[in-house]
Design a protein around this ligand. Sequence first.
Ligand SMILES: Cc1cc2nc3c(=O)[nH]c(=O)nc-3n(C[C@H](O)[C@H](O)[C@H](O)COP(=O)(O)OP(=O)(O)OC[C@H]3O[C@@H](n4cnc5c(N)ncnc54)[C@H](O)[C@@H]3O)c2cc1C
Length: 406
Amino acid sequence: MKNTVVIGGGPAGMMAAGQAALRGQQVTLIEKKERVGRKLFITGKGRCNVTNASDPEEHISNAMSNPYFLYSSIYGFTPEDTMAFFEGMGVPLKTERGKRVFPVSDKSGDIVKAMEQFVKESGASILYDTAVTDITAEKGRVKAVVCGKRNIPCDSVILATGGLSYPATGSTGDGYRLARKLGHSITKCYPSLVPLKVKEKWVESLMGLSLKNIKMSVLLKGKEIYSDMGEMMFAHFGITGPLVLTASRYIDDKTDERPVIRIDMKPALNEKELDARLLRDIKKYANKDFKNALNDLLPQKLIPIVIMLTGIDESKKANSITKEERARLLKVIKNIELTVTDTAGYNEAVITRGGINVDEIDPSTMESRLVKGLYFAGEIIDVDSLTGGFNLQIAFSTGYIAGTNC
Ligand SMILES: Cc1cc2nc3c(=O)[nH]c(=O)nc-3n(C[C@H](O)[C@H](O)[C@H](O)COP(=O)(O)OP(=O)(O)OC[C@H]3O[C@@H](n4cnc5c(N)ncnc54)[C@H](O)[C@@H]3O)c2cc1C
C-alpha cells in the first residue's frame, strides 16, 4: 500500500489527505499545532467565506499571481464541487453579496469540523502537535519525513504548510525552508491583503471611523495603479477595511517612491455638482461657523481634518468663505491623500503573496518537477487571489489535485 504523508492540517492539507486516503493509500496528516485548521477557524471574521459561487473562469481571473497555473486545479475541483462537498458533509451553505459563500450557521467551526471529520472518515490518521523538521530524498525521490528524532518513511509527501501570515495559527514559513533544502526556489514573499501604515499622524484622531461609498485610488509615481469604490476604516496606525486590503495587493515592497492613497469622499458627485452642494450648505448655514456648515456633508470626526487640510480658518463664518476657499475645500473632499510607509506586516496579513516557484510544479498533478513524490498544495505555492472566498478555493482545488494524483 502506498504511504503518503501530508504536512500541514490547513484546508489544503486536509482536502489532500482525505482524497489520498479515499484512494486506498495509507495517509498520515501531520499538524504542528494541537488542533487542525487554526487559520481556517478565523477566516471570514469567524464565519468562513468558504468559496465564491462564481464560475471557474472568474476564480482564475481573480487570481493575482500565476492565474494560468490554476486552470487544471480550479477546473479539476470547482467552486461548485466545494459547495457540494460541504453540503454533503452536512454543512448547509448560503450565498451572500458578491457571491460569497458562508455556512448557514455563520460558524467557521462547522467548516473546520467537517474537514477534520472528512480526513478521519476517509481513513487517514492525524498526528497533532507534531512539527515536521525535514524531508529526506534519495535519487531524486522523497524517502521520509522527519519530525525531530522521528523518521517516517513514505512514498509521497504533500507539502501544505501555508504561508507566513498570521504566524500564531501555525503558518510560519516552515514549508519554504523544507522545499528550499530539496532544491526548490521561492519567489519573493510579501504580506498581502493587509492594512496599511501611513505617514500622516492625523489619522490617529480618526481611529474607528468607517467611510462607506468612497472611491480609493493607489498612485505610484503619480500613476494610478488601482481604483475602486467601497468601504475603508481608520486605525491608530493607518487604514484598513475591504478597499484597503485589496489596494494592498497592488503595493509591492518598499519602493523608493512611496505609494499614495487618494480618497474621494463624494465619488457620486462631479466637481460641478459638489460645488453646487457646497454652495447650498454654506447658504443654509450662512451665519454659523464654517466648520458647522459641513455637518450635513461629512462625518463629524473628519470635519476638523478636512478643514486643517484646506488651511481655512474654522471659526470663519460660512457666508464669508471665498470662491477660492470653496474650490480648495472641494479639492480636499475629492482628494484626501495619505502616504503609505509600510504594510501592517504578516501578523495582520490575510495572505502571503509569493511562494514556491510555479515553474517547478506540474499544474495538472501538483507534483514537483524537481523531486519525484513531492507535491504542493495551498498558500505555500506562489498563487494568491483577492478576497471573496477565492483563496480558500485555491487551497481546496490544489489540495484535491495533489491528493488525487499522489
Ligand atoms: C484573518 C484571515 C481571514 C481569512 N479569511 C478568508 C476567507 O474568509 N476566505 C478565503 O477564501 N480565505 C481567507 N483567508 C485566507 C485563507 O485562510 C488561506 O488562504 C488558507 O487558510 C490557506 O490554506 P493552507 O491550507 O494552504 O494553509 P494554512 O491554512 O496556513 O494551513 C497550514 C497548516 O500547516 C501547519 N504547519 C506549518 N508548518 C508545519 C510543520 N513544520 N509541520 C506540521 N505542520 C505545519 C500549520 O500549523 C497550519 O495548520 C483568511 C486568512 C486570514 C489570516
